[in-house]
Ligand binder design. Sequence first.
Ligand SMILES: [Zn+2]
Length: 572
Amino acid sequence: MRRALLEHLSRCQELIEGGEMESLLLTDGGRREFLRGLIRMDGYEIGVRVELPPTFPLCLAKVFIDSISPRVERRPHILTDGRLCIEAESDLLLDVHDPWGILRETLVRAHRLLHQILTGDRAAEFARELISYWKGSPRGLPVPCFVAPDDRPRLTKALYFEELLLAVADDPREPARFSPDFSRLPPCTLRNAIYIPIDPLAGDPAFHPDKLATLSELRKYVRALPSRDGRVLDKLLGRSGKHSPLVILGVRRPEGERALVGIQFHDTRGGHPLAHEGNGGSVEKIELQRRDAPFLASRGGADPHLRGRKVLLAGCGAVGGYLAMALARAGVGSLTLVDGDVFELANTYRHVCGIARNGMPKVFGLRQEIERLVPYITVSPYQQRLEAFLHERPQTLDSHDLVIAALGNPTIELELNRRIWSSHRNAPALFCWLEPLGLGGHALLTHGRASQSPARGCLECLYDHPVRGAALENLAAFAKPGEAYTRDSFGCGGRYLPFGDLDAQNTAQLTARLALRVLRGEVEGAPLQSWKGDARAFLQAGYEVTSRYESQTGAFAETLAYIRPDCAVCQT
Ligand SMILES: [Zn+2]
């Protein structure tokens, strides 16, 4: 790449003409170094060095600051090796055929950042970057932190194995909820630690992270707490562990949220080093790794508000398995799983658990898989049929926020539909089911929110009155009724509906999206949603589709037109 740049050497003049550089000198002073130069801006003279990383021009070049004159003591966004933290190029499409253009773009960004460093609010920048200055911990690894920052000082807990700090947690049970690994540890000792919210930017225009690790400076920030919080803190300091006391600082960043860093005091003299000017001790920085549920959920695209929500899922087959996992990953905090079946090898290719839990009851296998992958979720498994479960726990339908049935059994689902409608207090219910051979799938919400009583429309509305000797017909169906779509593997008891893993995933996704909207209170009425798939495999097998399949124009449809004014269940 160096050669490609040198072939168009005259273009280096553009950097000077464009004002990016005062003067420059191409060098071969190292494997990657390409040029050195001088930037003059805001009354400063800045010596820079530009390196071409091996992946250049697929990325910006690297700019190092060799000197700034007059000298600037504390400079944010400049790493210890002098590298300028130019923002990543993810917001930028680089033209790889124009390496000089990319070099120039690098320097334009360097200019912008240097201007900010030299003339902007450095204290605010340091507060923003605090975490990157806070390296170090007893084991060389950040300490797992289950503390949710807020605006009041309070006690929190430090978990130790012998003298090793293992975790910090507001609730000492939280680490085990995060990962079963914590529950396998030998018994830990708990010591009090103190959470202190501070706002160094409020009173110190010269804030720098190192000041937090200097006892006299730290005391100033802590003493600046509002007087009520100060009195609370004085009491807490008396209750903190005497031996190597630990504090967790919730440092307010310019945007208002708090960054968490830890400080452990050693060789203390007198009482707690923060309690009195006369007390002393050395300060050790403790790097924390936030693992608290609200932080992880919002950072990972889940919804922290769903942690308090409780969903009952009946049916843990292909659709139910993906559905349970999707709800867990969305942040739902509590799942009740009901299914009497055991995993068989036939489930291998279309279950979220694959072959991993073969031979296990589905509810237990699925719980293991969910807990293995998703923290902070309570999964309650019941290995029984839904009818038996409801019989033993008649109150269960009003103790959940949502009931979902993915049973593939219309008889039981219609019974559940009637039960749901038997009391206004019962939760909304979602029914979901698949069409054979990839034709599509459906989700129907019932007993959901309406302005006064539950919105009309239910699973019963979809079924025409029974004809003696014939099966009930589902009016939403894409596959023509009157045909047996299940296939037979080995005779009695071996019948199954042919569909693929992606069909199960599609139906689970349709249902999960609707479920999350219901849990957030965003859905009015009782929509029937359908996804329409490709009919080729179905038609090749010699089957016929319904006019409903043919009339659905897009891949997704939602309707309320199915609601029957004479429905015996939802219109009474
Ligand atoms: Zn109805």
